[in-house]
Design a protein around this ligand. Structure first.
Ligand code: ZN
Length: 303
């Protein structure tokens, strides 16, 4: 009986610890634990200093972009660590990194208020992360590829892609076409980590050079939305920039390849018109699943 009480006690402490990790506080980033704190000198985000880039087009290339139009109506603007769609498990993208071929699958799209990467020391308004997972789950060094889009708000012209995924209103949307935003563009490439715990250093970062625009009302709506969710987001949900150490950031110029890509995308759209998403019941993301499992275990222990 005593042992059972002790095990329960330890388990409750463990649950409190996990909840602490999951309730990510952007006002206390120094309290983030694990690799976030210990870091192996490959943390993200970073400041991208344009005068110190190494221009090398062989470091990264988009080989093919083959997303499936997301016809599910279950996609909506949600709050996890950041604001994100549910796991999409959608389409794939083939890239070449340092001469090696990789196939990544789209997992989620989420946003940070204040960009996470800064350019020459300047933070912008929003950064969108299009998160991909390696189809080869054994490749621990390259498990993720995140394509980052930096936005600045100006004028009253809405960004159409943001609008199409419910960014303005948080409503449930359908017919999301990721291929409308992810294209062969000039990018910065570097090796880094996840910008939320556990901050694992397994990310191939691809930050699009072109700063995108959104309307000031889109930004205002997002700001109101995210800051009202939790006091932890009062100043935004961007992790502070981390030291570069001896890493290199590459400037990869792929301009001129978009025309072919647009043709491919048109074919892709028509192919996918009738395709139903298999992911309607995908749920609300890994963290929600972890919460549910923990709560279930907690109840079992109490019983
Ligand atoms: Zn992110």
């Amino acid at each position: 009986m005593y042992k059972l009480i002790m095990y329960s006690y330890k388990f409750i402490i463990f649950i409190i610890y996990i909840y602490f990790i999951l309730s990510l506080d952007y006002n206390a980033q120094n309290s983030w634990t694990g690799v976030c704190a210990s870091g192996l000198k490959m943390q993200s985000p970073i400041n991208i200093e344009t005068s110190k880039l190494e221009k090398d087009n062989s470091k990264f290339s988009f080989e093919s972009i083959d997303y499936t139009t997301i016809t599910s109506t279950s996609i909506s603007f949600q709050h996890e660590y950041s604001v994100s769609t549910p796991d999409l498990d959608n389409g794939n993208i083939k890239v070449k990194i340092n001469g090696t071929d990789f196939t990544y699958k789209l997992k989620n799209i989420h946003f940070h208020l204040n960009s996470e990467h800064s350019i020459d020391g300047k933070l912008y308004d929003i950064e969108m992360h299009v998160v991909h997972e390696n189809t080869n789950s054994n490749d621990e060094q390259n498990l993720h590829m995140v394509i980052g889009y930096i936005f600045k708000a100006e004028g009253d012209t809405d960004n159409e892609f943001l609008k199409s995924i419910g960014f303005n209103t948080g409503v449930t949307v359908s017919n999301v076409q990721v291929q409308n935003i992810v294209k062969k563009e000039n990018v910065y490439y570097y090796k880094g980590g996840l910008t939320t715990p556990p901050c694992t250093e397994d990310v191939n970062w691809v930050v699009v050079q072109d700063i995108k625009t959104m309307s000031t009302s889109q930004l205002a709506a997002f700001k109101t939305y995210i800051t009202s969710l939790d006091s932890a987001y009062a100043n935004g949900n961007n992790r502070n920039v981390q030291q570069l150490y001896d890493r290199k950031v590459y400037k990869v110029d792929l301009e001129g390849e978009n025309e072919d890509q647009e043709g491919e995308n048109e074919d892709q759209e028509s192919e996918n018109e009738d395709q139903e998403s298999e992911n309607e019941d995908q749920g609300n993301g890994n963290y929600l699943k972890i919460h549910t499992i923990l709560i279930s275990l907690f109840i079992v222990i109490l019983i």
